[in-house]
Design a protein around this ligand. Sequence first.
Ligand SMILES: NC(=O)C1=CN([C@@H]2O[C@H](COP(=O)(O)OP(=O)(O)OC[C@H]3O[C@@H](n4cnc5c(N)ncnc54)[C@H](O)[C@@H]3O)[C@@H](O)[C@H]2O)C=CC1
Ligand SMILES: O=C(O)C(=O)Cc1ccc(O)cc1
Length: 361
Amino acid sequence: MRTALVIGTGLIGTSAALALARRGVVVHLADHDPGQARTAAALGAGTDEAPDGPVDLAIVAAPPAHVAKVLADAMHRGLARGYLDVASVKGGPRRELEALGLDLTSYIGTHPMSGREKSGPLAATADLFEGRPWVLTPTRDTDTEVLNLALELVSHCRAVPVVMDADAHDHAVALVSHMPHLVSSMVAARLEHAEESAVRLCGQGIRDVTRIAASDPRMWIDILSANPGPVADLLSDLAADLTETVRALRDLESPDAARRGEGSAGIEDLLRRGNAGQVRVPGKHGSAPRAYETVAVLIDDQPGQLARIFADAGRAGVNIEDVRIEHATGQQAGLVQLMVEPKAREALKEALRERGWALRQ
Ligand SMILES: NC(=O)C1=CN([C@@H]2O[C@H](COP(=O)(O)OP(=O)(O)OC[C@H]3O[C@@H](n4cnc5c(N)ncnc54)[C@H](O)[C@@H]3O)[C@@H](O)[C@H]2O)C=CC1
Ligand SMILES: O=C(O)C(=O)Cc1ccc(O)cc1
């Protein structure tokens, strides 16, 4: 691929454009808000000037409700050899395109399984998709050339291609993305009117559970409107678990020892099923989770501290696999948890201690 056109230069469009531009692809940027395309261009994602002929690949990264319309317009204008979209739902946009009577041989629906709770080009990063699954939904009609262009994009973004049927994709993401999003919002909604004295105690657990609740509601209304049935089915199962859990907790309040036993067994069953599900969540490269060990370091709440830790770890030849940061509210300190391969743990601890870092258990 030598040239690409990204239509919709928000978080996802600009991230893909940055990755392509770094691999030498000439990227044109377009958005219905020209300011967004200008910002993406200023970030080094390409040029906001229109291409003077058809590009190799047009990437539509507009909100899901606009995808079919934007694609149809691009196809009518003959802007590219191949067309794809990155919307979080796949069945709906495909059916809309079919209803418009378009020739879909030059189109493939795709979905990168990576994103953030922030929108717009300023939240974009070239490495957003690295190591993450990127779903491709070719049909029997899809041109091989277009599938190859999509695979090239995925490869330039260092993502992992996964081929699926569009409706199977929508069922899968209902489980791993759409239902969890609503649950995150429900947990976060409990905090809206909570006492400040409680909220200031928030630790890493609630940060993990509520991070995606910060996402743009307009985008999520689009996503959920295109996949309501599968998400409702999953939430209905979850509601049954909730009812059971409330009953078990009420049993735990009982003066009767037998009922307390039942309550405890009910809660234990849920927690064990949770353990069993959690171990199935793949690690950062989409493979089975790796067992890392943690080195906890106390840092001052000052700029540059994290960069210094990473530099010190790098000098000691230790690769940091993952990192978590906990800030204690109202204190000028934070706890950084560095995840490393078990065999690197002692070397990292020694190197950090030597360089004056305060380690915690
Ligand atoms: N946010 C996320 O984490 C992920 C989002 N997606 C999908 O990627 C697509 C883009 O999402 P984000 O980048 O997060 O949104 P965003 O809000 O950051 O960017 C969307 C961009 O599209 C532009 N736009 C809106 N209507 C348009 C139109 N008719 N023509 C041209 N441009 C238009 C907006 O001005 C904005 O710059 C969506 O379809 C979403 O479902 C896929 C994976 C992850
Ligand atoms: O922020 C995160 O971790 C996400 O998982 C974001 C996300 C949002 C929408 C998608 O279709 C895919 C990924």
